[in-house]
Design a protein around this ligand. Structure first.
Ligand SMILES: NC(=O)c1ccc[n+]([C@@H]2O[C@H](COP(=O)([O-])OP(=O)(O)OC[C@H]3O[C@@H](n4cnc5c(N)ncnc54)[C@H](O)[C@@H]3O)[C@@H](O)[C@H]2O)c1
Length: 249
């Protein structure tokens, strides 16, 4: 794990009850940050807070649907009441509802756009206010290579992730004057619950197209996040870092 000094930084990670988000939260805690994790399942949230708390750090959990404005606003105000600041925001919550375009139902489109794109907008809007006040902040959005190259059966997901890339670049421009950086990571195929459900034939195809000949691990993404949130990355904003074992090259 990349070691960076995040002592006493306050970080908020959405979708942090499992998978990539939980891995990012672990890396933040391991580097000294106080971490607030956001998820939708109370059981998984409790388990995540307990496992992260074993590192001795300050960890708290919030049940919040990232697509609902008042839930996002009240989560961010609870974090501010407890810690007085939000230094780092990682927008990681995401879902898939894969189905070919012709058969895609309105709610399959709307749900994916709401969680994967509206969610990061709501959290960025809420967290950038306290960041503006202290003229410092780090925002990292988790997009996907699918947002750049498209993928059959994922019209909703690829549109949401492409939208997140545009959002990242615009937010970076708008917030740069307040010394807030906004970057994104575009993972390739990462070994998590989200990809575990995919058919073996598709997984094997992905593997055969990946020059580094393995699936990515949660830590591969967490390491990239640690770089973006470090002091050493202070001159980098509006960037999309692909972490995919060479799949899209
Ligand atoms: N796994 C991959 O191969 C891969 C590749 C590219 C991008 N990504 C992206 O990385 C992120 C994490 O993916 P993962 O594989 O860890 O997925 P995952 O399904 O294991 O975890 C998703 C997390 O998002 C949370 N979440 C879902 N809906 C939510 C909502 N409405 N409000 C709050 N939280 C919600 C879940 O509770 C969970 O903690 C997602 O944005 C995903 O699109 C994953």
């Amino acid at each position: 794990m990349i070691s960076v000094d995040l002592k006493d930084r306050v970080a908020l990670v959405t979708g942090a009850t499992r998978g990539i988000g939980l891995g990012i939260a672990k890396a933040l805690v391991g580097n000294g940050a106080k971490v607030s994790v956001v998820g939708t399942s109370q059981e998984r949230l409790d388990a995540a807070v307990e496992s992260l708390g074993k590192f001795g750090a300050s960890v708290d959990g919030y049940i919040c649907n990232v697509s609902v404005t008042n839930e996002v606003e009240s989560t961010v105000s609870s974090v501010l009441s407890k810690h007085g600041q939000v230094d780092i925001l990682v927008n990681c919550a995401g879902i898939t509802r894969d189905v070919p375009l012709g058969a895609m139902k309105d709610d399959q489109w709307d749900d994916v756009i709401a969680i994967n794109l509206r969610g990061p907008f709501l959290f960025t809007r809420a967290c950038s206010k306290p960041m503006r006040r202290v003229r410092k902040g780090r925002i990292v959005n988790i997009t996907s290579i699918v947002g750049m190259m498209g993928n059959k059966g994922q019209a909703n997901y690829s549109a949401s992730k492409a939208g997140l890339i545009g959002f990242t670049r615009t937010a970076a421009k708008e917030l740069a004057g307040k010394n807030i950086t906004v970057n994104a990571i575009a993972p390739g195929f990462i070994d998590t619950d989200m990809t575990a459900v995919l058919p073996e034939v598709l997984k094997n195809e992905m593997l055969s197209r990946t020059p580094l000949a393995r699936f990515g691990q949660v830590d591969d993404i967490a390491n990239a996040v640690m770089f973006f949130v470090s002091d050493e990355a202070s001159f980098i904003t509006g960037q999309i870092l692909t972490v995919d074992g060479g799949l899209t090259r």
